[in-house]
Design a protein around this ligand. Structure first.
Ligand code: HEC
Length: 143
């Protein structure tokens, strides 16, 4: 028997699951919570340069769809394997190394590095709907 309430109930169940995930896993664990934390790090430290107005050839972090296109075996973001992910390697390089991100003199705080690591280690999950990432605060370049 078909019930018109089905999709609505499903949506509620989804939201409840999401909220439960955020509430029960401070500091990571749930993939939804991991991504939200990673998003905050990217918006504060990367999207200024890797957004819609980036230079040609630079990877785009402007949306979750763009992030998805960078994700997979052999790509910049290798789900479950931060050490093999160029995306993660570059934030662990020291400032004097070429390719360190954000570029020279603007290293992420250890906590932020940990957030990106946890997100990738947990499978680099992304939300189902496409979300825009917008730069927050001043660009690392001008701090
Ligand atoms: C001040 C501008 C700026 C910021 C901020 C910045 N990047 Fe970049 N990024 C660049 C430029 C320019 C390039 C292309 C040149 C290069 O590879 O050095 C690049 C390239 C990259 C690449 C590709 C490099 C490769 O070796 O394949 C990755 C991955 C990357 N950035 C990740 C990040 C991450 C993660 C952050 C935030 C923690 C970040 N970037 C913040 C400017 C920036």
């Amino acid at each position: 028997m078909k019930s018109p309430a089905g999709p609505v109930l499903l949506a509620f169940a989804g939201i409840a699951l999401l909220l439960a995930g955020c509430a029960t896993t401070p500091g990571g664990g749930s993939s939804a919570a991991n991504f939200e934390q990673a998003r905050a790090v990217l918006e504060a430290g990367c999207v200024h340069c890797h957004g819609s107005e980036r230079l040609a050839g630079m990877p785009s972090f402007a949306s979750t769809r763009d992030l998805a296109a960078l994700t997979g075996p052999g790509r910049l973001i290798v789900p479950g394997a931060p050490e093999q992910s160029r995306f993660f390697q570059v934030v662990t390089l020291s400032d004097s190394d070429i390719g360190a991100m954000p570029p020279t003199g603007h290293a992420l705080a250890p906590r932020e590095v940990g957030v990106l690591k946890a997100w990738i280690a947990g499978g680099a999950e992304l939300p189902e709907q496409d979300l825009a990432l917008r730069p927050q605060g001043r660009s690392p370049r001008s701090r």
